[in-house]
Design a protein around this ligand. Structure first.
Ligand code: MN
Ligand code: MG
Length: 652
């Protein structure tokens, strides 16, 4: 706690310093006590987006790429005397370039991963690992970071056998800085990293028995005093974790809010949830100040994803009791494309040149053909009706699992119906109006497979009963807002807080979703209306599903490993395959050679009596396909570049 008289002094100092924020401290001598302005720069969740390029559409994409963020980094450095640059993890996985390097090319001895070559060229001061760094296994991760010239820190991953940190938990950087009087000083900057403990569920097959993960906040509490004792003037947390004020739990995934309550931490570089802080999404976050960019009084930043933004934390330090102390500051995010999409930051040619060999090889790789489709495959309406882009994944998963279950090892499951769950991954939302799958009729190449299934997930199968199946679908149905059939005016159908990858469509059974009822679960797997039921007419082969009836459901390893997703988390994982879903999909298409993408219509939103005008957003490009569907009407332009469509759910 700050004592009252100290607070008074602090306020006096702060008001003096605030006047200087945002102005470069170029003047060699200023009046009064010297101030050190220290700028921290953050990239996060780059997900291997180095070039400003979309490997699914094989064309330039001005909205992504570290090459473009690099230009902002140069500007941000030029504005100030003292700066440090950090990456917050999730950098080696997330697009076909990452897959190409990890799965096709590999990293030979003496080679450096293109991500780390790019980071080295920009002279990053330190980086941490995100959850997706573990997707390709520990050997590949270690190979990748071996080539990094900057320290790679993480404090909460431990070796499974000994109680020893797996990575370098923190570093203390000696940073020569210039104060407002033109004097040089050496500041000790402590940098520590964290990753969500959930990696043990998400990458169980890669990590079990090799590492363990400790809670983020507890780990911080252990190390901060150690770092202070070693003389850290400033402590920066590279926290690959999101921001949530939900009640504290030790193993929580998004712990930045609670990290910001700890004494000793001066700035939190956050990430993982691909959002912006400061930004409007957090307008209701308690104890936050979006003008200054603080949470619980601490400076926090989160810089979007794929290089879309540069995060900036400006710290002002003054001497207090003989030590340089952060007295004020401000955080902000700079975009590479302005909100209206009218002006763009150009790409840094050096970075593009650095990664050119892998960039070109990745393009050649994704252009390799695997089969043909007789009709276009698009995900524009995947959230409102059964969709071919989801159907094809479920068909491939079902066929693969049925084959696997023929092995005598699974004979005890013989006769149990096999279902399959898959969700639309690219369905607009926070990804924007360009974040959809749209594959033209004709040749299907690897880039199209990766577009249909953007994550390197593996297939697992879960044994559940009929009531667990219903809960699974009730959770999934939380995607929809509750519609009042009698209410006049437009009612948006989709709850934008609900992530489309959590909207599982389960094939092999038939069902309808009654959106006039409240959602049983919210977007965080929380039970909110215990007596609600949206799933109606749930049948298997024409007969109602019985509560104790058994099913085997093919799903991905994230879902099967979830401890919270209703229904599936009560099930038992009976099959844990080594094969990536994308490989399964590729094999399926190669076996069939020519596919006819068509949804089987096993689910739909139930129609109701009333006159409600139910609307949803999709891409403007969806217009060309909307006419195929009797219930969908084009309304016109909507927000953020989306287009608005009407879904006629009323009984005729
Ligand atoms: Mn990420
Ligand atoms: Mg279907």
């Amino acid at each position: 706690m700050v004592k009252v008289h100290n607070l008074f002094v602090l306020l006096m100092v702060m008001s003096a310093v605030i006047a200087g924020i945002g102005r470069p401290l170029r003047v060699a001598a200023e009046e009064g006590e010297p101030v050190i302005q220290l700028r921290l720069l953050e990239t996060t969740d780059i997900h291997c987006h180095l070039a400003d390029y979309d490997y699914y559409q094989t064309k330039e994409d001005p909205g992504v790429g570290l090459a473009r963020t690099a230009t902002l980094i140069k500007h941000a450095r030029e504005e100030v005397l003292n700066s440090l640059l950090f990456d917050n993890g999730d950098n080696i996985q997330g697009n076909p370039l990452g897959d190409y390097v990890a799965k096709v090319k590999g990293i030979k001895k003496g080679e450096t991963h293109p991500v780390f070559r790019a980071l080295d060229r920009l002279a990053y001061d330190a980086v941490t690992v995100g959850n997706h760094e573990f997707n390709y296994g520990l050997d590949f991760l270690n190979r990748a970071i071996e080539g990094a010239k900057m320290p790679v820190v993480n404090a909460n991953v431990y070796q499974a056998q000994q109680d020893e940190p797996y990575f370098v938990p923190y570093v203390i950087l000696n940073k020569t800085v210039v104060d407002s009087h033109g004097q040089n000083h050496t500041l000790k900057i402590g940098v520590i990293g964290f990753v969500p403990p959930q990696i043990m569920e998400w990458d169980k097959a890669n990590l079990e028995g090799k590492i363990t993960v400790k809670p983020i906040v507890e780990t911080a509490k252990k190390y901060i005093p150690i770092m202070k004792k070693k003389g850290a003037d400033v402590i920066v947390a590279l926290a690959h974790t999101g921001i949530s004020s939900e009640p504290y739990e030790p193993g929580m995934e998004n712990a930045a809010y609670y990290l910001a309550q700890l004494d000793g931490i001066d700035a939190i570089l956050s990430g993982h949830s691909h959002n912006l802080f400061p930004g409007p999404l957090y307008k209701n976050l308690p104890h936050s100040n979006l003008k200054k960019g603080t949470i619980n009084g601490k400076l926090v930043v989160m810089a979007g994803s794929f290089g879309s933004h540069l995060g900036i934390v400006d710290l002002n330090l003054q001497k207090k009791q003989g030590r340089w102390t952060v007295v004020d500051g401000k955080s902000m995010v700079w975009p590479i494309v302005d909100e209206k999409g009218e002006s763009e930051i150009p790409a840094d040619r050096d970075i593009l040149k650095e990664i050119l060999p892998e960039h070109q090889a990745a393009i050649d790789y994704v252009n390799q053909p695997v089969g043909e489709t007789i009709a276009p495959i698009f995900s524009y309406f995947a959230l409102v009706q059964d969709d071919p882009s989801v159907q094809i994944i479920n068909n491939a998963q079902t066929k693969y699992l049925m084959e696997k279950l023929k092995d005598p090892a699974y004979s005890k499951f013989a006769g149990i119906p096999v279902l399959s769950a898959a969700a639309p991954f690219k369905a607009g939302g926070r990804g924007g109006p360009g974040y959809y799958t749209n594959i033209p009729a004709g040749t299907l190449a690897i880039k199209n497979i990766a577009d249909l299934y953007v994550y390197p997930n593996t297939l697992q199968a879960v044994l559940i009963n009929g009531s667990q199946l219903k809960e699974w679908l009730e959770m999934s149905a939380g995607l929809f807002n509750q519609i009042n059939p009698a209410q006049p005016g437009e009612q948006p159908l989709i709850n934008l807080e609900f992530r489309s990858y959590n909207f599982d469509v389960i094939d092999g059974v038939n069902y309808q979703i009654d959106v006039t009822k409240p959602a049983k679960y919210d977007h965080n797997d929380k039970l909110i209306h215990p007596n609600a039921s949206r799933i109606v007419n749930l049948t298997y082969q024409g007969r109602p599903v019985m509560p104790d009836q058994k099913f085997i459901v093919a799903t991905n390893h994230y879902r099967a490993g979830s401890k919270t997703y209703p229904g599936v988390s009560q099930g038992e994982t009976i099959f844990n395959g080594p094969d990536e879903t994308r490989r399964i999909l590729t094999n399926y298409i190669q076996e069939n050679q020519t596919i006819d993408p068509a949804a089987d219509g096993n689910w739909s939103i139930a129609k109701f009596n009333g006159s409600a005008t139910v609307v949803f957003e999709s891409s403007p490009n969806a217009q060309q396909f909307a006419r195929q569907f009797a219930d969908i009407k084009i309304l016109g332009p909507s927000n953020r570049g989306f287009f608005k469509y009407l879904m006629d759910l009323t009984v005729q």
